[in-house]
Structure formats: C-alpha cells, structure tokens
Design a protein around this ligand. Sequence first.
Ligand SMILES: [Zn+2]
Length: 48
Amino acid sequence: MGNCPYCKQIISLNDLKTETKGKGFIAQEIMYMCPYCENILGFSNRQR
Ligand SMILES: [Zn+2]
C-alpha cells in the first residue's frame, strides 16, 4: 500500500480502515482511513 502522508506509518491493505458511505445499490463511496492517525487518505467510488 505505502506510507501514510500524515504520520509516515507503513500501512498495509489489511490495516487500512475503510468506511462505506451511502446505502444505495447504485453507488457507494468508500473512505480510506489510516489505522494509526485516522486521517482520511482518500475516497473511491464503487459502482455496482
Ligand atoms: Zn497516519
């Protein structure tokens, strides 16, 4: 995965916190958070 730009910890995919926003079947927004400092690292839109 890489390093957190905020706390410089090495983050693996298993450690990455994700939060899914939106309940619809059409589109969900996934929020990626650092497990160490809980800063938001990015968003991605998942289309179903
Ligand atoms: Zn961090």
